[in-house]
Design a protein around this ligand. Structure first.
Ligand SMILES: Cc1ncc(COP(=O)(O)O)c(C=O)c1O
Length: 392
């Protein structure tokens, strides 16, 4: 049978594990922290990873395992690991792959807490990060040093929607002998598969689109078996930020509708980006679908759809706050990827702790609004945005 299309995969991903669960169509939730061995010999083998099986849920659980298998299918990876949050996935992975004196290259525009973590690594452990303009893949190579261990990507980037050429950075990483990691939270595997462009590891905040309903915290990594295994047996085991089986089940349920949700997120966002681009109160709009987006051509090359995230500039911090306060349908909140449309003002919220100079360098202007476009009716959303923009 030829390779299944994404919407089919999303519904059935991880289903081969049904056999293990008496044919249960929905993977059961294994609320067990430990698993008994049938005898000492087989117990020792399972515990030492010489035989398949489970022994302790921090290190493996059948429900979480089903989610990891599903994520491998969707992201086209060899292996996966789930975590209690996106940040647990990011910090555990990076710490598992660097040592004191290592160097990382990362984009100037990134999820603010990832940046705080990279700065903390430099202060406390001497692991320095060079932040570059990732809209030009060449800058990764230019910033590489003999001690560089990781090229870190986030594309589309939070909150600016900047796009990085994944294949170019992955090629540069291979040539330089460093590991490439891509945060695929904004795009989701529906729109983009970084592993197919040669990246070694994908990270996700499954709190966002994978879960999809603003009701859980989860994270995951997917990719090269050797790298995932290295993280599993070092920092994952030691830090213990594992995902609970209850939450793994919620993410699995979310994934079943990922394709239909993403289709609507994509089409709504494209319509809204077009509306905002023609509005007199809006200074600039950033969405990879727009032909005037700086890296629209690269986005077209590597994305199947342009995603549900939009950023737009209303001019000033004050205008940003007035706009949010006048929204009637959209929710004011700092997360994204849920079925409801969520708006936030980056300078006073998610990037309030980013020094102004770094914020501006990353393209986060005072009036930047980040919109996570939901799956409501696009006309209703446009009407809400129109009336809130009229007041600023
Ligand atoms: C792009 C991106 N990566 C990672 C994270 C961190 O995920 P979590 O909040 O699940 O820890 C976020 C959170 O907003 C994000 O937007």
């Amino acid at each position: 049978m030829s390779e299944k299309s994404f919407d089919t995969l999303a519904v059935h991903a991880g289903a081969e594990t049904q056999e293990k669960h008496f044919g249960a169509v929905s993977v059961p939730i294994y609320n067990a922290s430990l698993f008994a061995f049938s005898d000492a010999e087989s117990g020792a083998k399972i515990h030492n990873y010489e035989a398949e099986g489970y022994f302790y849920s921090r290190l493996g659980n059948p429900t979480t395992d089903a989610l990891e298998k599903a994520l491998c299918e969707l992201e086209k990876g060899e292996d996966a690991l789930c975590f209690a949050s996106g940040m647990a996935a990011i910090t555990t992975s990076i710490l598992g792959l660097v040592e004191t004196g290592s160097h990382i290259v990362a984009p100037e525009s990134h999820y603010a807490t990832t940046g705080s973590f990279l700065r903390l690594l430099a202060e406390k452990f001497g692991v320095e990060t060079t932040f570059i303009d990732a809209t030009n893949a060449e800058n990764y190579k230019l910033a590489a040093r003999v001690n560089t261990r990781i090229f870190y990507l986030e594309t589309p980037a939070n909150p600016t929607l900047q796009i990085t050429d994944i294949a170019e950075v992955a090629k540069g990483a291979r040539e330089a002998g460093v590991i490439s990691i891509a945060d695929n939270t904004f795009a989701t595997p529906f729109n983009q598969n970084p592993l197919s462009f040669g990246v070694d590891l994908v990270v996700h905040s499954a709190t966002k689109y994978l879960g999809g309903h603003s009701d859980l915290s989860a994270g995951a990594i997917i990719g090269n078996r050797e790298i995932v295994d290295k993280i599993r047996h070092s920092t994952m085991k030691l830090f213990g930020g594992c995902l609970s089986p209850n939450t793994a089940w919620l993410v699995l349920r979310g994934i079943k509708t990922l394709a239909v949700r993403m289709e609507k997120h994509n089409s709504n966002a494209q319509k809204i980006a077009g509306f905002l681009a023609n509005h007199e109160k809006v200074k600039a709009v950033f969405h990879p679908s727009l032909t005037n987006h700086q890296n629209h051509e690269i986005a077209k090359k590597q994305m199947r759809g342009f995603g549900g995230m939009i950023a737009f500039d209303v001019g000033t911090i004050e205008a940003g706050k007035i706009f949010l306060n006048n929204l009637k349908l959209c929710t004011i909140a700092t997360s994204l990827g849920g079925v409801e449309t969520i708006a936030q003002h980056s300078a006073s919220m998610t990037n309030a702790n980013t020094p102004k100079e770094l914020r501006e360098k990353a393209g986060i202007s005072d009036g930047l609004i980040r919109l996570s476009v939901g799956i409501e009716n696009s006309d209703d959303l446009i009407e809400d945005l129109r009336q809130a923009l009229m007041i600023i």
